[in-house]
Ligand binder design. Structure first.
Ligand SMILES: NC(=O)c1ccc[n+]([C@@H]2O[C@H](COP(=O)([O-])OP(=O)(O)OC[C@H]3O[C@@H](n4cnc5c(N)ncnc54)[C@H](O)[C@@H]3O)[C@@H](O)[C@H]2O)c1
Length: 387
């Protein structure tokens, strides 16, 4: 019989993220066997009973539910995992905190900074464990990038550059709102690419390179009206289809960020590059096991960009997996975050990013949108504590 301490998970939202998180919980016992805590998949919740039941059976949940309020009221649940669209994060998280549940919440924390602040206040008041799934931090090559920067190998940082490019909304017939296209409806999503894609870039950037002080941004909504999937009416589009900003980091470096859903040919091209005094690094989600590294102190006749395949046991997370030279994928970033959450229960440390950390990313997102609207530089008010 297992001597592990069980954490009974309630998953709310059974779409894309519901699947990645469930896969994460299911893999922990195999690949992180030493953890004292273990997830028990107690209940999966989605609005449609048939879909919720099928999801629960497919992923191994003991039960299913269609009303998240009933899930939170259950005594046999310890942790609420929020995988729903952005307009529900705050209400669910605040209710979960009041019920004393641990919370794992998808990003962006909320639609707006004000909404995100209410969530931070709620978890702090309740004193419940919390984390936000900015999962790219836990891609081993990205974690390694952070370790390299922290080691000082790059010296003074001058530039941080990131892109997140997609192309799935170019067709004006794509509707807004509803189950499949809530990301295009400002009421459900809060913003467009800023909260959806740039938020990832901002979280990774501040984690690696420190706080962003101020921003100057432009946004564009290329398609001004779309049919709403629920009402069938043509409505104004309220989201940003593309957002570009430049910024100052607290360490004196300059940042340049671009995100769009109109870059024909790109499905999820998340890339970043960091240029320092002595060295540079760059990473690309489409080749996520690889980190490119240029070190100016190399002997000049062999100096050039190194292509590091991050699969060795002494590189972040990789001793958990196969053998050097064999790759892992996107799904592993979620397995790593789930495992780190359970480890944090053991150590008593935070599993970053916490709600409070994610609030700092939300401040930058809000400043980006404000800057674009007012055509002026905006201070972010970020207080980056480095986690
Ligand atoms: N970390 C990442 O890389 C990443 C990637 C994609 C999405 N996300 C975030 O995850 C969240 C969900 O995105 P997704 O792509 O999984 O969306 P999705 O549309 O695939 O799934 C959303 C799910 O939530 C359910 N849902 C919505 N309202 C509900 C309610 N009131 N009660 C119960 N269930 C409800 C829907 O039925 C659906 O199952 C969003 O906040 C999104 O920004 C994060």
């Amino acid at each position: 019989m297992s001597t592990k301490k069980e954490i009974r998970i309630a998953l709310i939202g059974t779409g894309l993220m519901g699947r990645t998180h469930s896969n994460g919980y299911n893999r922990i016992a195999n690949f992180f066997p030493e953890l004292e805590y273990t997830p028990v998949l107690k209940v999966a919740c989605s609005r449609n009973a048939e879909k919720a039941k099928a999801f629960a059976e497919q992923w191994g949940y003991e039960s299913f539910e269609t009303d998240w309020k009933k899930v939170i009221a259950r005594d046999d649940v310890d942790a609420i995992d929020i995988c729903t669209a952005n307009d529900t994060h705050a209400e669910i998280a605040i209710a979960a905190a009041a019920a004393g549940k641990m919370i794992l919440c998808e990003k962006p924390l909320a639609r707006t900074l004000a909404e995100a602040q209410t969530m931070v206040d709620a978890v702090e008041k309740a004193g419940v464990k919390n984390t936000v799934w900015y999962n790219y931090r836990r891609v081993p090559a990205v974690t390694l990038a952070k370790q390299i920067v922290d080691s000082g190998k790059l010296g003074k940082i001058f530039h941080y550059r990131a892109n997140f490019l997609q192309d799935w909304t170019i067709n004006p017939d794509v509707p807004q709102g509803g189950t499949a296209t809530w990301r295009l409806d400002v009421d459900a999503a809060g913003s467009g690419v800023t909260g959806d894609l740039l938020a990832h870039c901002i979280d990774t950037a501040m984690w690696i390179n420190g706080g962003i002080k101020d921003v100057s941004a432009v946004t564009e909504t290329f398609i001004k009206e779309r049919v709403h999937a629920e009402s069938g009416k043509v409505q104004k589009v309220g989201i940003d289809d593309a957002a570009i900003f430049h910024c100052h980091f607290e360490n004196g470096s300059l940042g340049l960020f671009e995100s769009t859903r109109y870059a024909r040919g790109h499905k999820a091209l998340y890339t970043f590059e960091i240029n320092g005094e002595h060295a540079s690094i760059r990473w690309d989600l489409h080749d996520l096991n690889r980190l490119e590294y240029f070190d100016h102190s190399d002997d000049s006749i062999v100096r050039g960009w190194r292509s590091i395949l991050v699969t060795d046991g002494d590189q972040p997370y990789m001793k958990r997996w196969w053998i050097p030279g064999t790759s892992i994928g996107y799904e592993h970033s979620f397995i790593h975050q789930a495992a780190d959450f359970f480890e944090s229960l053991q150590t008593g440390k935070d599993c970053s990013p916490t709600f409070k950390d994610a609030l700092e990313t939300q401040k930058v997102c809000e400043a980006v949108l404000d800057s674009a609207n007012s055509k002026s530089w905006k201070d972010t008010g970020v207080e980056w504590a480095g986690s």
